[in-house]
Design a protein around this ligand. Structure first.
Ligand code: 2M8
Length: 447
């Protein structure tokens, strides 16, 4: 297909614009996830943002991750949002009500759930970039990696201690927001069992006013469920054991489990380099092996696609989303399953769909009933997800595949708007523009 968008920036111009987005979104204390829609620090956004920042200013990249980990809960959880004092986002800290949570941090307000564990990957990337950029950066990044290691280990330990209930070995989430893919069809079945009570305090959404078309965001019905789960957690006093045993949503997340396996590998490498305790390295190796086995064990016998598991009903969740390709990220699935997944990824159901503007995987297969090319995690393409796959493929030695994803990612974003997500056929940017993590991964691709 010809070009459906009027503007295409050259690579140097695109990199300059991406750098400007990160600078403009810098409050001086944090880089917000997006200028208006997301005026706070998000956990996995901050990880990707630090990777982009490392290309501009290694010190600033380190500061970003330090700020996030300064908000780490005493039990090890890294919270999904670290709030600034901007009140343009709902739900804010008062609604979360975490100020009195026994494990919460002092001096900073946060949400009470987590997000995907990609932070070790970010630390590794920042370190690698710093090593190439000069002796001072190298020294700073090495000191930083040594210093943050124990916090990363505590974070991983928290996921294992509190979030691997049952026998599937999958890491469990207690809210769709923890997956990062908020309204993905992956969660439709488990959300059907979430019944907001009459006691749900009233609220007014702010997000829908900030995007051009509210249809690009989750529905009100979905928001009622999101808010109800917060209510349940508040009532449980943010006691993890109580939340995991009682929350009306508990799902083994195969994508998080794959990311966790990769992050454990990276943490082992860093730990070996910086002389961390052998017992802790052994823990990480054990956790990575179990996570890989859980991902492989989730694969559908015919399609090969990895599946989430509803831990309340004990049922596998068969939805054809990007998360089905999790075994390609972390490895560990039998060769025949891996081959099936690779050919599916290349097929017209995914990256090979003839009408895509850029040949990178959408969040949901365009062939799946219910695919919505404009709605958030129900169809659009997400540059950060493309980055994760390209990073993982590079690490697995699939250089050509990694390069193709990187080129496709640039193709998707070369309009210079740094959309939060993109309509796969027209390349229209959707949700927020000047989204920090989009700018960050583009910078990483271009530098
Ligand atoms: C989106 O999630 C937030 C809630 O956490 C929201 O919609 O309000 C997701 O895309 C999530 O993955 C992302 O971290 C966050 C900020 O970019 O926005």
């Amino acid at each position: 297909p010809g070009d459906r968008r009027p503007v295409r920036f050259t690579e140097p111009a695109l990199a300059a614009r991406a750098a400007r987005v990160l600078r403009d979104n810098d409050t001086g204390a944090v880089i917000t996830a997006a200028p208006r829609l997301y005026p706070h620090m998000w956990s996995w956004d901050a990880a990707f943002i630090s990777i982009g920042l490392a290309r501009l200013d290694v010190q600033r990249a380190i500061a970003e991750l330090d700020t996030l980990f300064a908000a780490q809960w005493r039990n090890g959880m890294v919270p999904h949002i670290v709030f600034t004092d901007d009140d343009a986002y709902f739900p804010g800290p008062d609604r979360w009500g975490t100020d009195t949570a026994p494990d919460g941090p002092r001096n900073v307000r946060t949400s009470g759930i987590c997000q995907p564990p990609v932070h070790a990957i970010a630390v590794r990337r920042v370190l690698d970039i710093a090593r190439r950029s000069g002796p001072n950066d190298r020294l700073d990044a090495e000191r930083f990696a040594r210093r943050i290691w124990a916090k990363l280990y505590a974070w991983h330990r928290w996921l294992v201690e509190y979030r691997t209930p049952g026998s599937s070995g999958l890491i469990a989430i207690v809210h769709g927001w923890e997956s990062g893919m908020d309204n993905s069809p992956r969660w439709d079945v488990p959300y059907d069992a979430v019944h907001p009570g009459a006691a749900l305090p009233p609220y007014v959404r702010k997000d829908v006013r900030l995007v051009g078309d509210p249809g690009e965001r989750p529905t009100d019905r979905e928001y009622d469920r999101y808010l109800w789960l917060i209510e349940e957690m508040r009532r449980a006093g943010y006691d993890q054991r109580k939340i995991v045993s009682g929350s009306s949503f508990l799902v083994g997340d195969v994508f998080i489990t794959a990311l966790f396996a990769m992050s454990c590998d990276v943490l082992i490498e860093l730990g070996e380099e910086f002389g961390q305790e052998p017992e802790q390295l052994a823990d990480l190796a054990d956790w990575a092996a179990k996570a890989r086995a859980a991902v492989a064990g989730s694969c559908h016998s015919v399609s090969g696609m990895a599946r989430d598991r509803d831990l309340r009903t004990g049922r596998w969740l068969d939805t054809q989303t990007i998360a089905g390709f999790s075994p390609l990220l972390c490895g560990g699935a039998p060769d025949d399953v891996q081959l099936r997944l690779l050919s599916l990824l290349d097929s017209d159901r995914w990256c090979g769909h003839p009408d895509l503007l850029a040949p990178v995987p959408p969040s949901v297969s365009p062939m799946r009933p219910g695919f919505n090319p404009r709605q958030y995690w129900r169809g659009p393409q997400w540059p950060v997800v493309v980055w994760l796959f390209s990073w993982a493929f590079e690490r697995r030695g699939w250089h050509e595949r990694a390069r193709k994803l990187r080129d496709g990612g640039i193709r998707l974003t070369e309009d210079g708007s740094f959309g939060e997500y993109y309509e796969p056929f027209t390349g229209e940017p959707l949700g927020s523009t000047d989204q920090s993590w989009t700018a960050a991964v583009v910078l990483d691709w271009l530098c």
